[in-house]
Design a protein around this ligand. Structure first.
Ligand code: URA
Length: 197
C-alpha cells in the first residue's frame, strides 16, 4: 500500500537527517556536558507531531525525547486523545540538554532548529502541537505569550499548529490541566479523533 511505501521513504529520510547532524558541534550545547543527541521518536509517517523545548536529564541518558516525568504525562495526554505514543512523532527545539535544563539560548535554538524543520518536512504531519513557549517561539518565529497563542490555529511548514502548556509546567501547576485538555480537544476535532471510552 502507498502509505507503507511513504512510511519507509520517510524513515529513510529521517535517517539521512540524523546522519547529517552527525556528532554535532555546531552550537555551545555540544560542549556543555551533553551525553546524547536526542533526535526524535515515533512514527515517521505520523499525522500528529509534538515539539518540546530540549532534553532533560533522563532524555540525555536514554537518548530519547520525553522519557522522564514530563514524558509520562505527555504519554498520558496522547492516550487521552485516543492515540498511542508510537503513532505520533516527538521531538524538541534543541537536541542536546541545556545545562541545568535552562531555556535554550537563541543561537542554540536557531542553530539546531534547522534540523527539526527538516524532520517536519519529512514527516509532513497534519498537526503540530507546540509544547510551551519555547517551542512556539521557534516554530512560529514570533515572541508572544502562551495565553495569546492558545486556542487558535497557526501555520507551520504546511501543518496546522496548536500551542499548549508544556507537560513539565502542568506537573508544577496541575490546575491548568483542564485548559491543556481544551487545547488537545481542539486538535482532536481537527483530526477526527475521539477520546477512548
Ligand atoms: N522536556 C522537553 O521539553 N523535552 C523533553 O524531551 C523532555 C522534557
Amino acid at each position: 500500500p502507498e502509505s507503507r511505501v511513504a512510511a519507509r521513504e520517510k524513515a529513510g529520510a529521517l535517517v539521512a537527517v540524523r546522519e547529517e547532524i552527525g556528532d554535532c558541534t555546531r552550537c555551545p550545547l555540544a560542549y556543555a556536558g551533553r551525553r546524547s543527541i536526542v533526535f526524535g521518536d515515533g512514527d515517521p509517517n505520523a499525522r500528529l507531531m509534538f515539539v518540546g523545548e530540549g532534553p532533560g536529564a533522563d532524555e540525555d541518558v536514554q537518548g530519547l525525547p520525553f522519557v522522564g516525568k514530563a514524558g509520562q504525562l505527555l504519554n498520558n495526554m496522547i492516550g487521552a486523545m485516543g492515540l498511542k505514543r508510537e503513532e505520533v512523532y516527538i521531538a524538541n527545539i534543541v537536541k542536546c540538554r541545556p545545562p541545568q535544563n535552562r531555556v535554550p539560548e537563541p543561537v542554540e535554538a536557531n542553530t539546531c532548529s534547522q534540523f527539526l524543520l527538516k524532520q517536519i518536512d519529512v514527516v509532513q504531519p497534519q498537526v503540530i502541537v507546540a509544547l510551551g513557549a519555547t517551542a512556539a517561539l521557534y516554530l512560529l518565529g514570533v515572541k508572544r505569550s502562551l495565553s495569546s497563542l492558545r486556542g487558535q490555529w497557526h501555520q507551520c511548514r504546511g501543518a496546522k499548529l496548536a500551542v499548549t502548556y508544556h507537560p513539565a509546567f502542568l506537573l508544577r501547576d496541575p490546575r491548568q490541566k483542564g485548559e491543556a485538555w481544551k487545547d488537545l480537544q481542539m486538535v482532536m476535532k481537527e483530526m477526527g479523533l475521539k477520546a477512548p471510552a
